[in-house]
Design a protein around this ligand. Structure first.
Ligand SMILES: NC(=O)c1ccc[n+]([C@@H]2O[C@H](COP(=O)([O-])OP(=O)(O)OC[C@H]3O[C@@H](n4cnc5c(N)ncnc54)[C@H](O)[C@@H]3O)[C@@H](O)[C@H]2O)c1
Length: 412
């Protein structure tokens, strides 16, 4: 079947680039979101967040009528769900956004439609989507185990793009598709072939769900190892960078850099979904998560020690608040956590510089001694301490500049 129109539910970092790519292939896309400000911006042809090439694609697809955003569901041949999947305070998965999206789609669903879940989800969520729909829409037959010939096809299709390079990776990365039945997978593959140049790998829904979680848990475990090695080196008074460099000369060793913690919407979240499903079998994943969660606290204590020892604390230039280099996403950002603690401990005037972030995240807003500035030179001139928290390209070589009377702390 050729898809002529689709709907994307959740126009965030994943849903919006996906929507514009389909729209750029002459597939009419209706975007659905609950955020009216975001809908207005998109319909004006503007991007609600920074991502290379996205602005141009939104402008083009909105102006030629292939993309339009709404706050209510519209009928379509396929529905792609890309809403948040956070975890609750007790570390269990929060599927309420997915459920709300499913309830919305149910209102306009018809025989022959395809539903794709792109939100990173615990194992079994795609099957759950089918069960929820079967309860709401008893007039349609939804896929279950060994149940072919259904009225609606449902598949899981996880996303593995790198923020800052999303448009390119969406098209070029290999993609895993796991249908609830083989024909669900076939339909999903036909749809994604429209935008993907990479290979499509077909499996079942549960394997596809775990594949995505395993990818991010693998990253988390490797980062935890790098952070742990850093602590071991410091205790034994050995240079971490040198050990890392020498160990990586081994042809099958690739130790990562230690960091200030793990941020974003994926790596600090997704491992908990595995832990929730298999708590007794996921010991390494749990320990890695704890190491990386504690990391920001450990780094903060180091910063505090240096600043107190230097007795300079009138003003601190904090370079970077994104959760990683060269992007403006501040979700779960360790840099934000560190700046918040500096402010709470009243360490001085805080000048925040991040060329990728236009407004401060909520948690840093309305604080008397904290200012977001775009003037890097002035912030460096006016501060006693320069604290490099994120390795944005704009901050390259800062430590090689001559600031004889300033304390420079580089945590990148
Ligand atoms: N950001 C990434 O790099 C990345 C990478 C891979 C996978 N993912 C996964 O993709 C999913 C989406 O992540 P994101 O980063 O795009 O999140 P996001 O917060 O940027 O976007 C989610 C959007 O969904 C909207 N929304 C919430 N509830 C809704 C509802 N009921 N109906 C319609 N819209 C609704 C929100 O307003 C928001 O615009 C998550 O499961 C995430 O884990 C994200």
């Amino acid at each position: 079947m050729k898809f002529k129109n689709i709907s994307v539910i959740g126009l965030g970092y994943i849903g919006l680039p996906t929507a514009v790519l389909f729209a750029s292939k002459n597939i009419k896309v209706t975007g659905l979101d609950v955020d009216d400000d975001k809908i207005d911006l998109i319909n004006k042809g503007e991007s609600p967040f920074e991502e290379p090439h996205l602005d141009h694609l939104i402008k083009t697809t909105v102006s030629n009528g292939m993309l339009k955003a709404y706050n209510s569901p519209k009928p379509a041949q396929a529905f792609i769900i890309a809403v948040p999947t956070p975890f609750l305070e007790d570390l269990t998965p929060d599927l309420s956004y997915v459920k709300q999206a499913v309830n919305t789609i149910a209102k306009v669903l018809k025989r022959g439609d395809l539903i794709i879940l792109e939100s990173t989800s615990p194992v079994g969520t795609t099957a759950l989507v089918s069960k929820w729909l079967q309860v709401i829409r008893q007039d349609l037959k939804f896929p279950g185990e060994n149940q072919e010939n259904c009225d609606v096809n449902i598949a899981y299709c996880p996303e593995r793009v790198l923020p800052g390079n999303i448009i390119k990776e969406l098209q070029e990365n290999d993609r895993v598709i796991g249908g609830l039945t083989p024909s669900c997978s076939d339909q999903a593959a036909i749809l994604y072939r429209e935008i993907i140049d990479g290979k499509i790998h077909i499996t079942n829904a549960k394997a596809a769900e775990l594949t995505k979680l395993a990818e991010n848990s693998y990253r988390d475990v490797n980062i935890a190892f790098a952070n742990e090695l850093n602590m071991i080196c410091e205790k034994l008074e050995i240079n971490t960078s040198e050990v890392r460099k020498l160990a990586n000369l081994h042809p099958r060793v690739d130790i990562l850099n230690p960091g200030i913690g793990v941020g974003g919407h994926c790596i600090p979240v997704d491992p908990w979904f595995i832990v929730h499903s298999a708590p007794d079998e996921s010991k390494i994943i749990q320990i890695a998560r704890k190491i990386n969660r504690n990391r920001t606290d450990i780094v903060y204590k180091k910063i505090l020690k240096h600043i107190k020892a230097a007795k300079r604390k009138e003003s601190i230039a904090c370079l970077g608040i994104g959760y990683k280099a060269n992007i403006g996403d501040t979700r779960e950002s360790p840099a934000v956590e560190i700046i918040k603690k500096l402010d709470e401990d009243q360490l001085g005037e805080l000048l925040i510089i991040d060329p990728h972030v236009k407004t401060l995240p909520k948690v840093l807003k309305n604080r008397k001694h904290l200012t977001l500035t775009s003037d890097l030179g002035q912030a460096l001139d006016n501060s006693d301490v320069i604290l490099k928290l994120v390795g944005h390209r704009e901050f390259e070589n800062i430590e090689s500049l001559k600031f004889p009377d300033k304390l420079i702390l580089n945590f990148c």
